[in-house]
Design a protein around this ligand. Structure first.
Ligand SMILES: C[S@@+](CC[C@H](N)C(=O)[O-])C[C@H]1O[C@@H](n2cnc3c(N)ncnc32)[C@H](O)[C@@H]1O
Length: 335
């Protein structure tokens, strides 16, 4: 079977060599044919894990976390999620709604660790972006792909990728989003530096990480969970919402039984930003002042002093940020 002469997608590269990929008989291959990747049910399987070359279940962190999410894809869909309900629900989330409103047309957008692709599907459906939805867990990507197909969502590619071995061309993306992912790897800083290279100069990165202080309420509940089991889960505000049994299970496992998680401060994240050539733009919650529903995510704000950042983190404990897992989102721009 002959190989196309044009690369399949200018932004997709071989995760081993960084070379362009061509479509040949339903596979993506390098020009010399040495590296071949399956395209199964429209999902591009470009995952490589040098720590476990056999691809079998492994004891390394990436392998263990992958097994965990294969068993419980996160965040899962509610049974009743048709397109209208899905968009209506997503619009209620301030972060998703602000992104939808503020992402310019034709943005090349990469989501790293998209899970079941809810954010990617939402942004592909409601903006004119070209979305690359990537995750290492095939079971999660399949749910995202099924939803996209069922609802005829265009402008999105689902790709199985290890963020430590990206299959996205360096300096090619206008916007890279990675929410709730990097702290589930063996080395959050290295994970950040790996995906930061994919942002083009002048582009943006959005990273959501468990905050060292903001997550203390979850830490306490997790401790109680380990002592008393599921009966303490009435203390979790998220579980009081209208969730399908799958969604509920995925949340409980993700928040209380995860095999790998770390927590970070805003100041620590800003250190990685400096290392990778990014400047601080904004954060959720704000470092100074309260976060409004009309916040401009991509307009530069002051990073404040170390003490301002500490106070913002303490403030998380007394707001919905602290009650819902203590995730803090920081946005940077590549200089
Ligand atoms: C908590 S889920 C977050 C999903 C989604 N971003 C969200 O906010 O709902 C974490 C995701 O990170 C993915 N992940 C963890 N380590 C990864 C790696 N090394 N490469 C790619 N994805 C990874 C997992 O497969 C999982 O789907």
């Amino acid at each position: 079977m002959s190989q196309s002469t044009k690369p399949f997608d200018e932004n997709l590269v071989c995760p081993v060599t960084g070379e362009a990929l061509f479509l040949e008989a339903g596979e993506l291959v390098t020009a010399d044919g040495r590296h071949r990747y399956t395209v199964g049910e429209d999902i591009f399987e470009l995952f490589v894990n040098p720590e476990a070359p056999s691809g079998e279940k492994s004891s390394d962190t990436t392998g263990r976390v992958q097994d965990f999410y294969t068993d419980a894809p996160f965040p899962n869909y509610n049974d009743f999620d048709d397109m209208a309900v899905f968009v209506e629900r997503a619009n209620k989330g301030v972060f998703a709604r602000l992104l939808r409103k503020q992402i310019p047309m034709n943005t090349r957008l990469l989501e790293v660790g998209c899970g079941t692709g809810q954010m990617s599907n939402y942004l592909a459906a409601t903006t004119m972006s070209h979305v690359y939805a990537t995750d290492m867990t095939l079971a999660s990507l399949k749910l995202g792909m099924d939803f996209a197909r069922k609802n005829s969502i265009k402008g999105i590619k689902f790709i199985q990728m290890n963020l430590f071995n990206p299959c996205i061309k360096k300096r090619s993306m206008d916007l890279v989003i990675s929410n709730g992912v990097l702290h589930h790897t063996a080395d959050t800083r290295a994970a950040f530096l790996s995906i930061a290279q994919l942002v083009k100069p002048g582009g943006y990165i959005v990273v959501g990480l468990y905050n060292k202080i903001g997550r203390l309420r979850t830490d306490l509940r997790r401790h109680l969970f380990n002592l008393f089991g599921e009966r303490i889960l009435f203390l979790d505000p998220h579980l009081r919402k209208d969730l399908s049994p799958e969604k509920r299970r995925a949340w409980i496992l993700d928040q209380y039984c995860h095999p790998q998680e770390s927590k970070h401060t805003i100041s620590e994240t800003l250190g990685w930003f400096a290392e990778a050539g990014f400047t601080f733009v904004s954060s959720i919650p704000n470092i100074i002042g309260t976060f409004s529903a009309e916040e401009k995510l991509f307009e530069p704000k002051s990073p404040g002093t170390g003490f301002d950042r500490f106070l913002a983190e303490v403030g998380m404990l007394f707001s919905q940020y602290g009650s819902e897992g203590g995730l803090c989102i920081v946005i940077g721009r590549k200089t």
